[in-house]
Ligand binder design. Structure first.
Ligand code: UDX
Length: 466
């Protein structure tokens, strides 16, 4: 195996292995990174993937795929809970490291024993895959880490022990709005949280992430310099890494959509958007994991209907958690005829780039936030869990391109929020203007000498030097 990467001066093209965490919000940025490395530098890519949320190799004929046994018990897989799956997967991989090493070794060695086949330079893993990093270490394969969240989020993770020592965590209801001066502009309620996994599980996942990051040969963060300049500068001081690059928004760096959607994207909505006036439509989607109960679902439906504004709403199959099939309320379809469309899963990047879309009601997953920023679309934020609270805080407080819809979901509040963003008033118009300014910064970081473009070039040079 050593010989595979021992290629100083070897003219053969190099291969990079990538291993995303098998959740939509983690798969997408990793596949975009892989696409950018392949398109820009001609690097060959092998994608390691699990049976849980397996990727479809047929949709990526340019990449090679190797399955790694994940060992996630069926009961945990069925919950689909990200924290539980991360812990179960790492535990299973650590219990049988030889299985992971075997998969890695077969991914490193040229599949067809062809002399010309590229050999492996390094492995890029999701920061949640400490067990994989440990297995790679044993093989002498350097690991780089992709952080799919913001730089601010990683700073928060690194500060987790301090947040406990100082008593900010675990959360106390009475302190939710207390500022955390060590991590401005965050308040206690903006720190990483989940309503369904225990605090101890979260703490363990975060401890593993920070260990993976501190051990890696280089870190890539899906953000860009102009978006989080202070956070990146502080991270560079806090982490003593050979390389820390802000190379995002990664979805803007690969030339085509990745085909890595776990659900079928309904393109009929693009034709519908074509019929709507510019900037008129509110796009509503809560990502791949966030859920609501049927009472909240009905309030969202009537809030959107009563707002009078056109909307495109993604109702994923498991969005409503207390029923098998989400039922739109009686009378809703008639009330929104011609100006409302409901679909199961959207081609989100194309939707946000469409000229008809003027606002995004989002749960503020980091990918959704970056995708909105990349198209200059202002946001209504309804964060649900994990890093979404802090993303929403930055959207509202730092970048001024949206606002949070807080408290109970109630139709009157929803209607008011939609009108505030889309109704042509001063506040909404100012958010739209600031979103356009930010969009131009995204375009700048992606052009020839832009910071993210340069970061990818530096990354390729570095990978080839490993
Ligand atoms: C979230 C967090 O962002 C992530 O950091 C955390 O670890 C897990 O929870 P998710 O809920 O999937 O992830 O949201 P997001 O990060 O926004 O990613 C969703 C992805 O799905 C986006 O790339 C979006 O374009 C895509 N999507 C969403 C679609 O393709 N179609 C849709 O209809 C909705």
């Amino acid at each position: 195996v050593q010989g595979v990467r021992d290629g100083g001066g070897d003219p053969r093209p190099r291969r990079v292995l990538v291993f995303p965490l098998p959740f939509q919000g983690h798969i997408d940025p990793m596949m975009h990174l892989a696409g950018a490395l392949h398109a820009r530098a001609g690097l060959a890519v092998t994608v390691l993937h699990t049976r849980f949320n397996a990727l479809d190799p047929a949709r990526h004929p340019e990449f090679r795929f190797v399955e790694v046994p994940d060992g996630v018990p069926a009961g945990v897989a069925a919950t689909g809970r990200i924290i539980d799956v991360i812990l179960a997967m790492n535990a299973a991989m650590e219990a049988s490291p030889e299985a992971v090493r075997g998969a890695l070794a077969s991914a490193m060695i040229a599949e067809d024993e062809d002399e010309e086949a590229p050999h492996a330079a390094c492995l890029v893993i999701d920061s949640n895959l400490l067990a994989v990093q440990r297995a790679a270490e044993k093989l002498g394969l350097p690991t780089m880490v992709l952080r799919t969240g913001s730089a601010a989020c990683l700073r928060c993770f690194l500060a987790y022990p301090m947040l406990h020592d100082k008593g900010y965590l675990p959360f106390q209801e009475s302190q939710l709005y207390m500022p955390v001066p060590e991590l401005p502009p965050l308040r206690v309620r903006d720190l990483f949280q989940t309503k369904i996994s225990s605090h101890e599980m979260v703490r363990e996942v975060i401890a593993r992430i920070t260990e993976t990051v501190r051990n890696c040969s280089g870190l890539i963060i899906n953000t860009f310099e102009a978006l989080e300049p202070d956070e990146l500068q502080k991270l560079r001081g806090e982490l003593d890494l050979p390389l820390l690059l802000a190379a995002g928004p990664l979805h803007k760096l690969s030339s085509k959509t990745t085909g890595s959607s776990l659900l079928d994207q309904d393109y009929s909505c693009i034709e519908w958007l074509d019929t709507q006036p510019p900037g008129s439509v509110l796009y509503v989607s809560f990502g791949s994991l966030a859920a609501m109960d049927s009472g909240e679902f009905v309030e969202v439906a009537w809030g959107l209907a009563n707002s009078g504004h056109p909307f495109l709403w993604v109702v994923r199959p498991n969005l409503v958690q207390d029923t098998d099939i989400a039922q739109l309320p009686d009378g809703f379809e008639d009330a929104v005829k011609g100006r409302g469309m409901v679909i199961q899963w959207a081609p989100q990047q194309e939707v946000l780039a469409h000229r008809a879309v003027g606002g995004f009601w989002t749960h503020c997953g980091w990918n959704s936030t970056l995708e909105s920023v990349g198209e200059g679309v202002p946001m209504i934020c309804r964060p649900n869990a994990v890093d979404q609270m802090m993303n929403a805080r930055y959207v509202e407080e730092v970048w001024g391109v949206g606002f949070e819809l807080e408290g109970e979901l109630e139709r009157g509040e929803v209607e008011g929020a939609v009108r505030k963003l889309m109704g042509g008033g001063r506040e909404g118009a100012e958010m739209t203007e600031r979103a356009e300014v930010l969009r131009r910064k995204v375009a700048e970081c992606l052009d020839g000498s832009g910071s993210s473009r340069t970061a990818i070039d530096m990354l390729v040079d570095y990978m080839l030097s490993l």
